[in-house]
Design a protein around this ligand. Structure first.
Ligand SMILES: [Zn+2]
Ligand SMILES: [Zn+2]
Length: 452
């Protein structure tokens, strides 16, 4: 190759495409006006456009993934809202939380999928963040940058999340005329997505695939949020991570990136422990094999080199609670259905929450990120009250998608974060039910739906 040849980067191509499409920020309200100069990527009109998507309708309480009233259906678009972005989906990761949504009793019907990646084909009149031709990550949480929680350092709780004040409005109709909404206003299991602008982050990379990027939209950001977010991991620290699904494995990698010296990964599934070791864990434990000794064993590994407390050391007396990981990350969650892989010690997900608290050192940080627990749990009241352990709950723990997603994509681009290793199964849209089942069975680390 001629070293003097001009370099053509994807970043530059995207920039040019965006300029070419700049005049096509079509007003798509109230009937879908045609842009005077539509970019090449736009095909046909927007209103009335048809695409296929995985749709869940009404379900009884005992529905299973396989028996659920859910299928790939045809959707006909309504008018594009002035704040929405029309995206041709490239890939969408399948999260364990989807297993609950896949059997839910939805009315109106709902397109599932969150944390997807795709190419912008059209934008509403008020959209400024992305341009036609951009590759965008549609994050699982919005970032408006203007609301109370965004401005106070918790954009992962941005008030543009769906709720009473932000309903999930229908974006299209199904072939029987019924309205359809997108889960979380995202709809990643559709050939087209229509998220609001505040979910979208343009990503500029040269050699990161859509499958890799899709791992960042939810699970990657949740795992990295536990180490980059409100309780940032310090160099040379001891870190324990309970649960080595895609969230826990993202935390393992994040702890390595942040310079932790000891990364203890805990999971009942052997394949997940093996992968944790490849991705940065220094020690792994099977919670079934360790049983009641797990907490003491982890604490004992985290003594710090010296017990000379007059010289920066730690008192090694176990009852004094000074030894233990500086950072404990809990990413286990409850089992919605019995897994086909190795079953953990507590399907309700409560025990790992207690163990996370117990193994943490005094003045350490416990970050919990998992979902789906059933029941309540108890903690030593005095320790909870003034034991100096810090608890940080929440999915992304302060991740600002607009600030951090490009940063995370760069970690993939440079090989610091291995997203490919976690995307262990890829399915086309027609096999979405199979993909959800595999995630439900925990026989894959993660699954990704891809679109041709
Ligand atoms: Zn998710
Ligand atoms: Zn906000």
């Amino acid at each position: 190759m001629d070293p003097n040849a001009p370099k053509v980067s994807r970043r530059k191509l995207l920039k040019n495409a965006a300029v070419a499409g700049g005049g096509a920020a079509a007003s798509l309200l109230g009937g879908g006006l045609q842009a005077a100069q539509a970019p090449a990527v736009v095909t046909g009109t927007q209103v009335g456009r048809r695409f296929r998507a995985y749709v869940v309708r009404g379900n009884a309480a005992d529905a299973t993934i396989q028996s659920a009233n859910a299928a790939v259906e045809q959707v006909t678009l309504k008018a594009l809202d002035e704040n929405r972005v029309l995206i041709r989906t490239e890939a969408c990761q399948v999260c364990y939380t989807i297993t609950g949504q896949a059997v839910a009793n939805y009315n109106p019907a709902r397109i599932l999928g969150h944390g997807a990646v795709g190419i912008v084909e059209a934008i509403g009149t008020k959209v400024r963040r992305v341009q036609v031709g951009d590759r965008v990550l549609v994050a699982n949480t919005p970032y408006c940058g203007q609301c109370y929680t965004c401005l106070r350092g918790r954009p992962d709780r941005c008030q543009m999340l769906p709720g009473a004040g932000n309903p999930m409005l229908p974006i299209g109709t199904l072939s029987d005329g019924a309205d359809v909404v997108q889960h979380n206003n995202e709809g990643g299991f559709g050939e087209l997505m229509l998220p609001y602008e505040w979910y979208c982050v343009p990503i500029f990379t040269n050699n990161v695939t859509p499958v890799e990027l899709s791992m960042l939209g939810c699970v990657g950001a949740c795992g990295l949020g536990t180490v980059f977010g409100v309780a940032p991991i310090e160099p040379a620290s001891d870190v324990a991570i309970l649960g080595c699904g895609p969230v826990g494995l993202s935390a393992v990698q994040g702890a390595r990136i942040k310079g932790a010296s000891q990364i203890i990964a805990i999971d009942p599934v052997r394949a997940r422990r093996d992968l944790a070791l490849k991705l940065g864990a220094t020690v792994v434990f099977d919670p079934n094999a360790e049983g009641a000794n797990l907490v003491a064993k982890v604490k004992d590994l985290c003594k710090w080199p010296s017990d000379r407390k007059f010289a920066g050391g730690r008192d090694w007396t176990p009852a004094n609670n000074n030894i233990g990981p500086d950072f404990v990350i809990e990413a286990v969650g409850g089992d919605r259905f019995p897994p086909k892989a190795e079953v953990g010690p507590d399907p309700t997900g409560v025990l790992p929450l207690q163990q996370a608290w117990q193994m943490c050192s005094s003045a350490g940080h416990v970050t919990t990120v998992s979902v789906g627990q059933r029941g309540n749990f108890t903690l030593p009241a005095g320790q909870w009250s003034n034991g100096a352990k810090n608890h940080h709950p929440g999915n992304m723990n302060g991740v600002s998608t607009l600030r951090d997603m490009q940063r995370f994509a760069r970690l993939v681009e440079t090989g610091q974060f291995n997203a490919k290793a976690m995307a262990t199964a890829v399915f086309p849209l027609d096999r979405t039910k199979e993909a959800i089942q595999a995630v439900c069975d925990r026989t894959t680390i993660s699954a990704v739906i891809t679109f041709s």
